[in-house]
Design a protein around this ligand. Structure first.
Ligand code: ZN
Length: 158
């Protein structure tokens, strides 16, 4: 069925190294002509695949460039201005925490009065301790938000 030279033709097509005898044979033999055409196409296709692996997706490149530019921008801006800003925002966060800690009892009471149904439900369930815990979480969240805002400001600077 298959031409005995087909293996040679495929190898020649793959390596792109043709002898005159093989060229002549391919011109005459339909099997080998088809085989070499397919081999050629497969070879080109595999090279295309190779190239795509060497060069990453344009979207990835773009994102990488943007991230690198962003990083250098942050590093540039972070030296004199944002370090000061960072301290300022951390001071704000600390201020919030201090304020809430200082006003702990009053705020707890105020919160209990503001939301009596919840306060009653929670104090009946866990004996009032959960309200303090909730407040502690509020302080934590508030501090986190302040830090996030500070970070956002730093990142927005570039
Ligand atoms: Zn042949």
């Amino acid at each position: 069925m298959n031409c005995r030279l087909e293996a040679d033709v495929l190898r020649a097509a793959e390596e792109d190294r043709w002898t005159d005898a093989l060229r002549r044979h391919v011109a005459e033999c339909a099997d080998c002509e088809a085989a070499s055409a397919v081999a050629r196409w497969m070879h080109d296709f595999s090279r295309v695949d190779e190239r795509e692996h060497i060069l990453p997706d344009p979207a990835v490149l773009w994102l990488k460039a943007k991230l690198l530019r962003g990083t250098t921008g942050v590093e540039r801006a972070a030296k004199p201005v944002t370090l000061f800003q960072m301290i300022a925002y951390l001071a704000v966060a600390g201020g919030w925490t201090a304020l809430l800690t200082w006003r702990w009892q009053a705020l707890t009471l105020w919160f209990a009065n503001l939301n009596p149904a919840r306060a009653i439900a929670e104090s009946s369930a866990t004996g009032g301790a959960s309200l303090s815990l909730m407040f502690f979480l509020c302080v934590l969240v508030l501090s986190s938000i302040t830090i996030v805002v500070a970070m956002h400001t730093i990142l927005a600077e570039e």
